[in-house]
Design a protein around this ligand. Structure first.
Ligand SMILES: Cc1cc2nc3c(=O)[nH]c(=O)nc-3n(C[C@H](O)[C@H](O)[C@H](O)COP(=O)(O)OP(=O)(O)OC[C@H]3O[C@@H](n4cnc5c(N)ncnc54)[C@H](O)[C@@H]3O)c2cc1C
Length: 386
């Protein structure tokens, strides 16, 4: 079977790339090891994303945003960030001139919306419940052998197969992830007081607590804490956990009633020297991992897909889509965004995870100062809108 582009991994990022290439002349294949759900549970999903306005537009162009139930999408108009001695930094959408700073929505519903569009795509062949067993580079192409023996040849292979990427390992791209010694603990709660379409974040010495607004007066928690505290939070019963989160958020939203069970995932930083190799490019979590404190993990991945789709669609009809010059163009286009997001989140995490009194003063006065300088505040918020 011969294709122009084969994408391995049909998570949000790989699926969005396939959808973004629907109006091109490219013959596409998508290999996904699981069976994408034909429907989703009616209850609330534990995994919630903050999707930037730029990526919401991208998902609309992909044809996925239109499939979402807007009653389950929460626009965020304000953000309040607190330091550990009461310093505060605020953003609002009115000041920046945008209807929303970000949109909060559920993972399962977005996955489902993307897969609905893929199923109607003429230039795409789906290989679901398929695992790869071998990768070779015969002349001028890349060849994937599936576990059931089928062969797929393509001009370009895109690895979108997540943080432990098989493609990355097969291509010999060296990754040295650094564990943050922190887990992200997630759960959804109903709150006693309205959240006012506001996202809240507290930088505390023992962790970073984010509460993202959801419809129906609920919030989604992402609490980045030590593995010991994470184990403690996971072992608490609903009432105790609700009280703990309410206290950590200074009772700003009143009492907390737990809606979904808590779950935890280990946090790490991964930077790669190169995200491209011969006839191969990595996107999404296969290419980078960042701390979730800025809610940018999946946004970075969508921006990878946007960049690559634009370059492939605009390559001219005769150019080989696996041409190294195209891949280098993509790598250059993505370098600054990836690096700045990794440095910013890593520095903030380290700055607030330190007990030195001088650093404590510096970080809190930094927040207050930034809050007083409107153009700086605007510049910070504008980057996250993309
Ligand atoms: C609990 C939790 C909460 C999170 N919260 C946030 C958040 O609030 N904001 C945010 O931005 N990010 C968040 N993240 C991170 C976010 O989930 C990832 O950044 C995002 O899912 C990356 O998407 P991806 O498509 O690159 O990879 P993945 O979502 O990992 O998708 C990879 C896909 O590849 C498939 N696959 C893997 N190996 C193979 C193979 N060999 N062959 C075929 N298919 C394969 C997998 O089945 C999967 O479908 C969270 C992560 C977790 C775990």
């Amino acid at each position: 079977m011969d294709f122009d582009v084969v994408i391995i991994g049909g998570g949000l990022v790989g699926a969005s790339l396939a959808a973004a290439l629907k109006h091109t002349d490219l013959r596409l294949a998508l290999v996904e090891s699981s069976e994408p759900a034909a429907s989703y549970e009616p209850g609330w999903d534990n995994r919630i994303y903050a999707i930037s306005p730029g990526n919401a537009d991208f998902l609309r162009e992909c044809g996925a945003w239109q499939h979402l139930d807007m009653a389950r999408v929460q626009p965020v108009t304000d953000m309040r960030v607190f330091g550990d001695t009461g310093a505060e930094l605020d953003f609002n959408s009115f000041e920046i001139g945008t209807p929303a700073l970000t949109y909060i929505l559920e993972n399962a519903r977005l996955q489902h919306a993307l897969w609905q569009t893929l199923q109607q795509q003429d230039n795409l062949t789906l290989f679901t419940r398929s695992r790869c067993s071998q990768l070779d580079w015969p002349d001028d192409q890349v060849r994937i052998t599936l576990e059931d023996g089928r062969l797929i040849n393509a001009k370009l292979l895109v690895g979108a197969d997540g943080r432990d990427s098989w493609v990355r390992q097969q291509a010999g791209i060296h990754a040295q992830p650094v564990a943050y010694q922190q887990d992200g603990v997630v759960a959804n709660f109903r709150t006693g007081k309205p959240h006012l379409d506001t996202a809240y974040q507290w930088f505390q010495q023992d962790g970073i607590l984010a509460l993202l607004p959801l419809p129906q007066q609920m919030v989604s928690m992402v609490w980045s804490v030590s593995p010991e505290k994470s184990a403690q939070l996971l072992s608490m019963d609903a009432e105790v956990l609700g009280a703990e989160v309410s206290a950590a958020s200074h009772h700003l939203l009143g009492d907390f009633e737990q809606v979904t069970p808590a779950a935890a995932f280990p946090l790490r930083l991964m930077r790669l020297e190169h995200v491209i190799a011969e006839r191969l490019v990595l996107i999404g979590d296969a290419a980078h991992n960042v701390h979730p404190l800025a809610g940018q993990g999946v946004n970075l991945g969508f921006r990878d897909a946007r960049s690559l789709a634009k370059i492939l669609a605009g390559r001219g009809p005769l150019q080989d889509c696996g041409d190294m010059r195209l891949l280098r163009r993509h790598e250059r286009a993505r370098r600054e965004d990836m690096l700045s997001m990794q440095i910013a989140t890593d520095t903030l995490k380290k700055l607030f995870n330190n007990h030195h009194p001088l650093l404590r003063r510096v970080r809190n006065s930094g927040l207050s100062l930034t809050n007083r300088i409107a153009p700086l505040r605007k510049m910070l918020a504008t980057h996250a809108l993309n």
